[in-house]
Design a protein. Structure first.
Length: 132
């Protein structure tokens, strides 16, 4: 079954770029219902194997408090694309929340080696080093 179209201004998003933009807009407005429908439609339109749509889905699950579901999707992304920055940053965050600080640090150090100038990686490492 095809999900209902999202609430506001849905015109049938036909490409991934526009799906991401619509999702970001919904999240900026904190409209989780619309964001959920955009993700569902993206999964139907672009498939579950589309990494961009998978990232959106995992990000939304994190915002909905569904950490284990988000972790599963991020792990699937990393299994397909080992050095995916978004997935690795969020897996490090989830590891840290669970108290697995060494796993989080190791993951972030690997991302820093790949992205030495990335501010988000640097900030995540700084925050992790300040955790008692």
């Amino acid at each position: 079954p095809v999900p209902e179209p999202p609430l506001k201004g849905w015109k049938g998003i036909s490409n991934v770029r526009d799906t991401v933009l619509a999702f970001n807009d919904a999240m900026a407005r904190n409209d989780l219902a619309e964001a959920r429908r955009i993700v569902e439609q993206g999964l139907v339109s672009h498939g579950e194997q589309n990494l961009s749509i998978s990232r959106l889905q995992a990000y939304l699950l994190l915002h909905e408090g569904k950490a284990e579901e988000a972790r599963r999707i991020y792990r699937n992304i990393v299994a397909r694309m080992e050095n995916d920055l978004e997935a690795n940053l969020n897996l490090a965050l989830l590891d840290a929340r669970m108290g697995a600080m060494s796993a989080a640090t190791e993951r972030l150090e690997r991302m820093r080696a790949l992205h030495p100038d990335n501010a988000r990686v640097r900030q995540a490492l700084e925050r992790l080093s300040n955790v008692p």
